[in-house]
Design a protein around this ligand. Structure first.
Ligand code: B1M
Length: 216
């Protein structure tokens, strides 16, 4: 039998091979590869190709949906391992509300942020996708969370991050809340412009950014 490689995993994401990706990921785990290696070198590499092809109109929405489904199945399988592999274990404190902002349905990156934060010991409240400013405010108030993590994948929805921050800043009882943002179109400069407390380029760094805010 041929050995499974990261390239096979990437290709399964690209082709949306929902019938084979789980078995392939299981094989790589059995071979001793780490969940983080499989995520970064297999799944993310494949999704990056999907993004490029989608932009060039070489792939279309139904195919991208299948790729997303294949990636989700693999991430679900890797989730317990990613939590175990989390370097620092469950020693962090605090609660983080996470969500993808209004108008935006992309959730794969946000779900990875949730996994990494949980692995580091944070309690995470996931509001899902297409989350309004008011829903973030209500959840922060009800949960007493100290942090909120906003995700956006569309340049057209980035503006809602600013709206969420403004909504939080209008509430005196939420002035302790620190906001971090992330997502493909977002940058540190943008984070500074809209008054976010932190910017994380990827899910793993979201943990470091929040821990840095904890120390402030
Ligand atoms: Co969409 N899509 N999509 N899509 N999609 C992009 C984002 C796009 C860049 C593709 C392209 O053109 N190359 C493009 C946006 C262009 C732009 O605005 N600049 C695009 C578009 C246009 C659209 C639609 C408008 C298409 C249409 O309908 N014509 C539509 C919008 C729907 C909506 O949201 N209202 C749409 C729909 C979809 C699908 C539903 C088919 C599917 C999403 C499925 C799902 O998420 N459940 C989808 C997908 C899969 C993509 C691409 C191909 C892959 C996104 C992804 O999951 N990447 C994407 C192309 C790309 O990004 N290269 C694309 C893997 C994931 C792990 O990475 O989410 O970037 P990412 O998360 C990273 C970091 O960004 C960061 O950490 C993660 C890695 O560790 N991060 C954070 C993310 N959030 C964070 C929060 C943090 C910290 C870090 O702190 C809180």
């Amino acid at each position: 039998m041929n050995a499974v490689t990261f390239d096979h995993i990437s290709r399964s994401v690209i082709t949306g091979a929902t019938g084979t990706i789980v078995k392939q990921v299981e094989t790589l785990l059995d071979d001793g590869l780490t969940a983080r290696e499989i995520l970064n070198q297999g799944l993310m590499a494949g999704m990056s190709v999907v993004g490029d092809r989608f932009r060039r109109n070489e792939m279309f929405l139904p195919q991208v949906l299948l790729s997303a489904q294949a990636m989700k199945m693999a991430v679900d399988l890797l989730k317990p391992k990613l939590l175990d592999e989390s370097e620092e274990g469950g020693n962090a404190h605090g609660t983080v509300v996470v969500g993808t902002v209004k108008g935006d349905m992309h959730d794969i990156g946000k779900n990875l942020v949730k996994i990494m934060l949980s692995g580091a010991g944070f309690e995470v409240i996931d509001l899902g996708t297409n989350v309004t400013e008011q829903k973030f405010v209500d959840s922060l108030r009800q949960s007493g969370a100290q942090y909120v993590g906003l995700s956006a994948l569309l340049s057209s929805t980035m503006k809602h991050m600013k709206a969420v921050i403004e909504a939080i800043r209008r509430e005196p009882d939420l002035d302790h809340v620190r906001v971090i943002i992330g997502g493909a179109p977002v940058s540190r400069e943008f984070a500074d412009t809209i008054g976010a407390d932190g910017y994380a380029p990827n899910a793993a760094s979201a943990v470091d950014v929040i821990k840095g805010l904890e120390a402030d």
